[in-house]
Design a protein around this ligand. Structure first.
Ligand code: HEC
Ligand code: HEC
Length: 296
């Protein structure tokens, strides 16, 4: 086992969650009934089976094809993040649920309308009654079930995690890539279990990165100059599958994202071979499909 000494920890093979609640949350997550147009389920923007919990759009499209301003983050492994959203404004999974539901550009509902619709639905009434023991469904239960499902959305057993646990070797190129990732300083921001998701950092530390008032950055919350272009560091788990990149989805390929990072945050352009190695390393971060999604 090598990870005791490493700045990255493997995703646990299992995580504790309430299976019954999570199965109910899974139904709700995929149900467009939670949206005004009966078309925009959570899974509309977070495709779990084909897009690693994202939508592969630069910015999301929701109610009546309205474009949002930001790129959809993956819901995979979000349970490990210290805060949620690009600007870290949300504390945990349960608190997050009501936000897209009420956002006029996303699902465009009210809490009461969601409750009313679900309470008219015999199957949901039966399920909520069984699990929460209540005759009337309230939104807190809805958020609780969806959050429980999201807990289960972990992607363990990536090649890199197996390497950390001493179960497999990396190829020379992948290992060189990991060494470069540490040596060049990517690791100072992208570390921990998700290689990100555990601190606020700036894009443009060395060279100034263009800023726009639409940016979902810390500045939106604090209005302090130094918080411009400061984000919760995005996670790098399954990163080859969560394109396009950056808060506004403006970066199409992983190669470009890594070069932009090196240039603005480290101050130089990577050589071709360095880039190739880092990409090879990043591709080892693809994990298994979450257990709760298998067997259908
Ligand atoms: C119209 C598209 C859309 C819909 C529908 C949608 N989301 Fe999202 N989701 C996004 C976008 C965009 C973000 C990034 C928001 C931000 O960071 O400001 C996001 C972020 C998240 C995050 C935070 C991940 C992280 O690590 O920061 C979670 C969790 C999440 N969504 C869960 C849900 C759930 C649960 C639903 C259904 C109740 C839902 N989403 C519906 C687009 C959508
Ligand atoms: C000073 C902290 C810091 C350093 C150092 C750093 N990053 Fe980042 N990284 C960030 C932040 C913040 C973002 C979000 C940028 C944005 O969306 O505007 C990001 C975004 C990314 C993304 C895109 C993620 C996504 O989902 O959109 C990748 C890939 C990435 N970094 C890889 C790297 C690599 C490889 C290195 C080293 C060459 C590196 N980073 C160095 C903070 C850092």
């Amino acid at each position: 086992m090598v990870y005791g000494y490493e700045p990255v920890q493997p995703i646990p093979k299992n995580i504790k969650y309430n299976r019954e609640k999570a199965e109910l949350g899974k139904l709700l997550f995929h149900d467009p009934l939670l949206s005004r147009d009966n078309k925009t389920s959570c899974s509309f923007c977070h495709d779990l089976y084909n897009k690693c919990g994202t939508d592969h759009r630069p910015v999301s499209v929701g109610f009546h094809n309205k474009k949002g301003k930001v790129n959809a983050s993956t819901v995979f492994n979000a349970v490990f993040n210290f805060r949620l959203f690009w600007n870290g404004s949300v504390k945990n999974l349960k608190e997050q649920v009501s936000i897209p539901i009420q956002n006029p550009d996303e699902m465009n509902m009210t809490i009461k309308e969601v409750e009313d619709r679900l309470n008219k639905h015999p199957l949901y009434r039966k399920k909520f009654k069984k699990i929460y023991g209540a005759d009337r469904i309230n939104f807190d239960m809805v958020a609780d079930a969806i959050a429980e499902f999201e807990k289960a959305l972990i992607t363990p057993n990536s090649k890199f995690d197996k390497y950390l646990r001493g179960e497999t070797q990396l190829s020379k190129e992948e290992l060189d890539g990991y060494k470069l990732f540490k040596k060049l300083g990517c690791i100072s921001c992208h570390n921990g279990i998700n290689l990100g998701g555990n601190s606020f950092q700036k894009v443009g530390v060395i060279k100034e990165y263009p800023w726009s008032p639409d940016n979902p950055d810390r500045y939106q919350i604090t209005k302090r100059e130094f918080d411009k272009n400061v984000y919760r560091v995005p996670i790098l788990r399954n990163i080859d599958c969560t394109y396009p990149y950056f808060h506004d989805g403006s970066i199409k390929t992983l190669e470009e994202a890594v070069q932009v990072m090196a240039y603005y945050n480290l101050g130089f352009k990577l050589r071709e071979d360095e880039l190739r190695k880092i990409i090879a390393f990043l591709k080892t971060l693809r994990g298994d499909l979450p257990e709760i999604l298998k067997g259908e």
